[in-house]
Write a protein that binds this ligand. Structure first.
Ligand code: 9YT
Length: 128
């Protein structure tokens, strides 16, 4: 069994700061769980274009407030603590931080841990 504590990840190379968000990568591909888990802060006042064409992601809000707009239908969803959104159709979306929002993010297939979005909001299929 493994025990992983967020405090040990903060400031390490398992913390990826992309400006609009900072992602603390708790479990990654090399942990061989079949999924990865991040504790991510979406910064207030930011808007990020995301389109995970190669991954499915579930996002569970535990603090703060965010907004997700799905681009195929321009629907906007308010995300508050206790709300989970699942990008089960690889949904292209805009993610806005209303207040600093803390999200637990699960990816299938797992992230290797080093990904940042490309110019289209995509993570590459696989990084080794
Ligand atoms: C919630 C979300 O999609 N944030 C962008 C960062 C990403 N989830 C990550 O790598 O933690």
């Amino acid at each position: 069994m493994k025990i992983i504590n967020l405090e040990d990840i903060k400031g390490s190379d398992q913390e990826v700061d992309a400006g609009n968000w900072t992602s603390r990568r708790l479990l990654m591909k090399d942990d061989n769980m079949g999924y990865s888990v991040n504790d991510t802060i979406i910064r207030a006042g930011t808007e990020t274009h995301i389109w995970y064409q190669n991954h499915l992601e579930a996002v569970y809000c535990i603090e703060g407030e965010a907004e997700v707009e799905t681009l195929k239908d321009n629907k906007t969803y308010r995300i508050t603590p206790g709300t989970l959104y699942a990008l089960d159709e690889h949904d292209e979306h805009l993610l806005r931080g209303i207040k600093d929002a803390r999200m637990v993010c699960v990816f299938n297939p797992p992230l290797s841990g080093r990904e940042v979005h490309d110019e289209n909001g995509v993570y590459p299929a696989d990084l080794d």
